[in-house]
Unconditional design. Sequence first.
Length: 45
Amino acid sequence: MIGLEAHYSANDIETRILAAVRAAKLDPEQRLSPVELWNAPRRRL
């Protein structure tokens, strides 16, 4: 179970979220409202 806990550590989750924010060309230091996040440009997969 230790491997599972390490996989879902808070630091790992924060790193992944910040990487996604940067990939979306957003500034992680800028606070955005839910409406602004919803209207942010989206990449097509």
